[in-house]
Design a protein around this ligand. Sequence first.
Ligand SMILES: C[S@@+](CC[C@H](N)C(=O)[O-])C[C@H]1O[C@@H](n2cnc3c(N)ncnc32)[C@H](O)[C@@H]1O
Length: 277
Amino acid sequence: METFDADWLALREPVDHRSRAMELIDPLVAAWKRGEWTRVVDLGSGTGSNVRYLATRLPSPQRWTLVDHDPAHLQTVGNLKVNVPSCELAVVPGDIGSEGLRAVERADLVTASALLDLVSATWLDRLVAVCVEAGCAALFALNYNGEVTWSADNGPGAEVEDPDDRMVWNALSIHQVGDKGLGPSLGPDAAAAALRAFERVGYQCYLSQSSWRLGVDDAALVHRLVKGWAEAAKEILPQESDRISAWADRRSEVVSERRFMLTVGHDDLLALPRDSA
Ligand SMILES: C[S@@+](CC[C@H](N)C(=O)[O-])C[C@H]1O[C@@H](n2cnc3c(N)ncnc32)[C@H](O)[C@@H]1O
């Protein structure tokens, strides 16, 4: 079972919210109003970041179903209060491959944030089929797309490479497509694969960038990223553990010395059934 600790989710939430593609909200709200939608399913809800972002931007009434398999996160979202009129939240403990897909059968909108890179092509095909059957729209935010650029503090364009970046990224790209519980993961191809899958069934799709642009104020998040990347790379290349630790030390030093900018590529995808678009 893939788990994500609450500290990590809390660290990324403000960065996620400021990075999301705002331009997808208008077409989503227009379709929501036209269809008089109310029912939203949030898959892999974690501690509720996606609800906190979207509930204030969607018209009321809203009836949310939050699905996750982590009992600690479910307890947190069970106590969540959203300051939006006529907004009900229900929590469903379970797997997005079973309870999650069943919830989508009764939804107007299925959404998820920071989830799609963990799912498999098979799961995605099943989800799209359920969406078509239900006439349900989809909003998948913050899908990691594999683009990572370190630059100096004078901004993007002045890329600064470490001699071992390549080795670490190669290991990470193997880790990212490993099985996270639902079969081989889509990893960085997730948003592009979802775009193709929804276009194939005739949905109107909108793909927009939601990349993290991280600077010195985000140092705590970047330290955690470097640590997480090093751990993942060591799982793939245990024989290179010392070299990977040295890479992480050099990257962490640059962060501590406030001499960096880091871009981590993400994309947001909105897919609307043709009759609602
Ligand atoms: C990266 S976190 C994102 C959480 C939240 N959406 C956010 O944006 O902060 C991924 C979430 O998906 C959940 N998850 C991963 N695989 C799952 C599965 N197969 N079934 C149910 N939940 C799953 C994890 O427990 C975690 O809460």
